[in-house]
Design a protein around this ligand. Structure first.
Ligand code: ADP
Length: 241
């Protein structure tokens, strides 16, 4: 089966500063992968490459079998992304935010509303379709952004630290919703975070440290008998290579 995401020997530097130093990993279709790393590990850089904001000078990135370097339009059509900075238009209703996004993707208007309702239902947000984004709490705004990222029916969903600024309850709800999307809708999810408690034992975990993958496997296997937090901290401490 073609993997949802394949990243092979990707290198990237900002001038003399190396941000990614030969990163390789694969996420199978329908899997939830937590990309764990402390600040500065290279998570946002990898997201910028995967969303086409920057190009990798070395290595290969594939979404649902499409090479981002050679067939960027086809690859990007398979990717939905939620960035750290919120991007909803606060003066529009949730539904309008989604249908405007659909228009940008060339989805016909009569089809867009149906897709929006389906996407909102997947995030338990259908009852908020007509609320102004400004009137939503932080957790619901985030869910609306995820619903919007699903409008073009991507195979892969990328989320860059999506729970930043949310309280514990909203964080838990969002994490559960996205796990359900991977399980029920077969979406491949890459969830960047530095918060280990967002990871479940069966999740794939890729630990990034100073631009390198220092662990890749099921969370329960990487952690073994120790708490994952301890393993993560010891692998990414200042002294760790
Ligand atoms: P993370 O998202 O894991 O916090 P980043 O991808 O933002 O990590 O950063 C990886 C490395 O690249 C860090 O050392 C950071 O200081 C550096 N970096 C990120 N963006 C820039 C930039 N625009 N210019 C120079 N260095 C950068």
């Amino acid at each position: 089966m073609t993997p949802g995401l394949r990243i092979e020997d990707v290198r990237f530097a900002y001038g003399a500063k190396t941000a990614l130093d030969g990163v390789s990993f694969t996420v199978e279709q329908g899997a939830f992968c937590a990309l764990l790393g402390p600040n500065g590990a290279g998570k946002s850089t990898l997201f910028s490459l995967l969303t086409g904001l920057m190009r990798a000078p070395h290595g290969r990135l594939e979404a649902a079998g499409h090479d981002l370097g050679r067939a960027p339009r086809r690859a990007l059509a398979c990717i939905g992304a939620v960035f750290q900075q919120p991007t909803l238009d606060l003066d529009l209703s949730v539904l309008r935010n989604l249908t405007y996004f659909a228009a940008l993707h060339g989805i016909p208007r009569r089809e867009a509303e149906g897709r929006a309702r389906t996407a909102l239902a997947r995030l338990s947000m259908e009852e908020r379709a007509h609320e102004r984004a400004r009137d939503l709490n932080g957790g619901h705004r985030r869910r609306a952004e995820i619903a919007r990222a699903l409008m073009h029916d991507p195979a892969v969903l990328l989320l860059d630290e999506p729970t930043v600024g949310l309280d514990a309850q909203a964080r838990a709800a969002l994490t559960a919703h996205v796990h359900d999307l991977a399980r029920d809708a077969g979406l491949t999810v890459l969830w960047a975070t530095h918060l280990v408690d967002e990871v479940r034992p069966a999740d794939q975990v890729v630990i990034l440290h100073r631009g390198r993958v220092v662990a890749d496997g099921a969370a329960s296997v990487i952690a073994g008998p120790r708490p994952l937090t301890d393993v993560f901290l010891s692998m990414t401490s200042r002294r760790a290579a």
